[in-house]
Write a protein that binds this ligand. Structure first.
Ligand code: NAP
Length: 261
């Protein structure tokens, strides 16, 4: 299979690229940082991998990636679209930052995914194989923190990916949403978010997330929550009133912020 991974220069996207490459899949690696993509490309097993340096917040770059996804000849057609590119909100969340911070995040998490999937899915359906793997977040279920727009954008991605899973259920195409908790990557530092107050047990590695995500994708699962702790959090969320889960997650996040400060 040929797999296009956005956000492949770091963290979960890089781990997903490595995971797919170990299965002899060919990768198209997408992100802005060419040096990081080249370094990953040089480490990947197999051959025929490609780099596509693109800023998905830039309309012309996004269109170039869409063009790549529309390629239909057997030697270039992309079977799987993995959308892992994402950014967090700086401390202060939605109201504590300029609205442009939330809007930029939405461009990457919502608008880019809408456009990329629309470019990729028709060819996948015609070939009757492949699908979408969308990196959302457990935050999409737990909106009660100041990063309201981050949670909302991940809820959007989750509903979108699950919807595609249902729409394509009678085809060879599938769609999986992965909703991790805290993952060791460049994510928190890039957003200026301190993370030292988060207890060790709450962290997953990017490799753990990638392994669970690819396993779920292979099985056609609509939603994957990686890691025992976060599976438990998700189970509790489903069993308790929403008002309750909203409140306890907000309290937990406020407590970790105090421990970090
Ligand atoms: N880390 C966590 O705790 C956590 C938890 C749940 C969900 N997530 C989600 O997981 C996804 C991946 O995050 P991560 O943890 O792997 O963080 P990361 O290490 O910071 O990786 C983010 C990736 O997104 C790319 N990216 C950012 N802006 C971009 C742009 N404008 N155009 C193209 N690519 C762009 C970055 O590449 P360049 O900078 O090279 O462009 C990088 O490859 C995100 O959607 C995040 O919301 C993370």
């Amino acid at each position: 299979m040929r797999v296009l991974v956005t956000g492949a220069s770091s963290g979960i996207g890089a781990a997903l690229a490595r995971k797919f490459a170990t299965r002899s899949d060919q990768l198209v690696l997408v992100a802005r940082t060419e040096t990081a993509l080249t370094s990953l490309l040089n480490q990947l097993p197999g051959s025929g991998h490609e780099l596509l340096v693109a800023d998905l917040m830039n309309a012309a770059d996004l269109e170039r990636v869409c063009e790549r996804l529309r390629a239909s000849d057997a030697a270039r057609a992309v079977d799987v679209l993995v959308h892992s590119a994402g950014i967090g909100l700086p401390p202060g969340g939605y109201l504590g930052n300029d609205v442009e911070a939330s809007q930029a995040m939405n461009v990457l998490s919502i608008d880019a995914l809408t456009k990329l999937a629309h470019a990729a899915l028709p060819g996948m359906l015609e070939r009757d194989r492949g699908g979408l793997l969308t990196v959302a977040s457990i935050a999409g279920f737990l909106p009660g923190t100041p990063a309201i727009t981050y949670s909302a954008s991940k809820a959007w991605a989750q509903t979108f990916g699950e919807g595609i899973n249902y729409l394509t259920r009678q085809t060879g195409v599938t769609s999986t949403v992965v909703a991790p908790g805290f993952v060791r990557s460049g994510f928190h530092e890039r957003a200026g978010l301190g993370a030292s107050g988060i207890h060790e047990v709450m962290w997953c590695t990017a490799e753990q997330v990638a392994a669970a995500a690819v396993r779920g994708f292979d099985r056609g699962r609509a939603l994957v929550v990686p890691g025992g702790v976060w599976k438990t959090v998700y189970a509790v969320y489903r069993l308790t009133p929403r008002s309750w889960s909203r409140a306890w997650f907000a309290k937990y996040m406020a407590w970790t912020a105090r421990r970090t400060a």
